[in-house]
Unconditional design. Structure first.
Length: 141
């Protein structure tokens, strides 16, 4: 059994490995970054550090996340902090990880971000790798 954070991204319930979660926050006003990739909404000051805000909808190849969205998961990759925007957060719980079945068709960015499944109340939920949502240029910076 592994610990997962249950969240909603682009209207879909997902599971995120607890080890990828630094914290969950409500972010302040985002400052746009000129010429940044479309999935980079901008920057925000959080606890005396600058955090890159990722528009999760855009990163998945879907409709952009609403501008009013303030709930985010803070994660850290390669020494940099990112705020991954989410629709909502539910709870943290233990689940048994299951592999993605070969017959499961994931569209757009879900295919790159999905790493497995968990079952909650008889319903499968996609396990999302937060690193897959961060644009490659932002990771390289």
């Amino acid at each position: 059994m592994e610990l997962f954070l249950i969240a909603h991204i682009a209207g879909r319930g997902v599971a995120i490995e607890a080890g990828q979660v630094d914290s969950v926050v409500d972010i302040a006003e985002v400052v746009a970054v000129p010429r940044a990739e479309a999935a980079v909404r901008g920057l925000v000051a959080l606890r005396s550090r600058v955090v890159t805000v990722i528009d999760t909808g855009t990163a998945l190849g879907l409709e952009p996340t609403p501008a009013s969205t303030r709930r985010a998961i803070i994660t850290r990759f390669d020494g940099h902090h990112y705020a991954i925007l989410v629709d909502s957060l539910e709870d943290v719980a233990l689940f048994e990880r299951q592999p993605l079945s070969s017959g499961l068709a994931l569209d757009r960015g879900w295919a790159a971000a999905g790493t497995g499944l968990v079952e909650r109340d008889g319903e499968p939920m996609l396990i999302v790798d937060l690193a897959a949502l961060i644009p490659s240029q932002a990771l390289a910076a």
